[in-house]
Design a protein around this ligand. Structure first.
Ligand SMILES: Nc1ncnc2c1ncn2[C@@H]1O[C@H](COP(=O)(O)OP(=O)(O)O)[C@@H](O)[C@H]1O
Ligand SMILES: [Mg+2]
Length: 239
């Protein structure tokens, strides 16, 4: 957002190393203003997912720090962070575990101790927005890929996060479901951080881009117009 002075996310010199010694990414410093929409772009294995997980507070950086609205995520403030942040994983099967779609939608609000009345209202509202009425009683594993993705995104957005992180929100989804997901994300009123290897998705949804290099560092960052630089994208292994 132009003129925004509040940082939703601030990362200083962060890196992440997996237990087996693999570098997830390194030397990342960035600031994401409240209301900004940022796409993390890069080749397979460039560290996009790892960076998203660290920025969202789900993984702790090996070096440096992340601050979410000024708070460095730790064991004591898990609840506070959880109220502000929503994370949509790439594979809905890693996320959907409740017996029915309705239970899935109710899960986060229950965790946040909303009243029964508030929960019922939200489930109704989000079933409408995402058009889930006909599948509310179904077990998530019975759904199509596009339906699973919609349920996953709805189950995260229903808790009204201030910051929404999405890892490849449209991977393996096309046609109508993809257009619907793009529309819903476009209507989201908060800070949006997503990874994508689809430039079109990034261009449509985001105002800013971060391009990761194959050695898993930030190669370039700036306005979304950055993605018109073919030389840069070739060097990044995206084109
Ligand atoms: N759980 C894991 N254990 C070890 N290495 C991992 C793990 N997850 C990812 N990596 C490695 O970290 C690097 C960055 O991966 P990732 O963040 O998934 O990249 P991207 O999302 O851009 O494809 C890759 O070399 C990948 O193999
Ligand atoms: Mg990934």
């Amino acid at each position: 957002m132009i003129g925004s002075t509040i940082n939703a996310i601030e990362a200083e010199n962060i890196s992440y190393i997996y237990p087996d010694g693999t570098t997830g990414f390194r030397d990342v410093s960035l600031k994401i203003g409240e209301g900004e929409r940022v796409a993390i772009i890069g080749a397979n294995g460039s560290g996009k997912s790892s960076l998203l997980m660290v920025l969202s507070g789900l993984l702790k950086p090996k070096t440096g720090y992340v601050r979410i609205y000024g708070i460095e995520p730790n064991k004591k403030n898990v609840e506070t962070i959880r109220r502000m942040v929503g994370v949509v994983f790439q594979d809905p099967d890693d996320f959907l575990f409740n017996p029915t779609v309705r239970d899935e939608l109710m899960y986060a609000p229950l965790q946040l101790s909303w009243s029964t009345e508030e929960i019922e209202k939200a489930v109704k509202e989000y079933s409408e927005i995402f058009n889930l009425h006909e599948i509310l009683h179904k077990p998530p594993f019975r759904l199509s890929g596009g339906e699973k993705k919609k349920v996953e995104i709805a189950s995260v957005m229903i808790a009204k996060p201030k910051i929404l992180f999405l890892d490849e929100p449209t991977a393996n989804i096309d046609g109508k479901a993809k257009r619907k997901i793009m529309e819903l994300l476009n209507d989201f009123n908060g800070t949006l951080v997503l990874t994508s290897h689809e430039l079109e998705v990034a261009r449509k949804l985001c105002g800013k881009a971060i391009v990761m290099s194959m050695d898993r560092k930030i190669m370039a960052e700036g306005d979304i117009g950055l993605l018109d630089d073919e030389g840069l994208l070739e060097d990044a292994g995206v084109l």
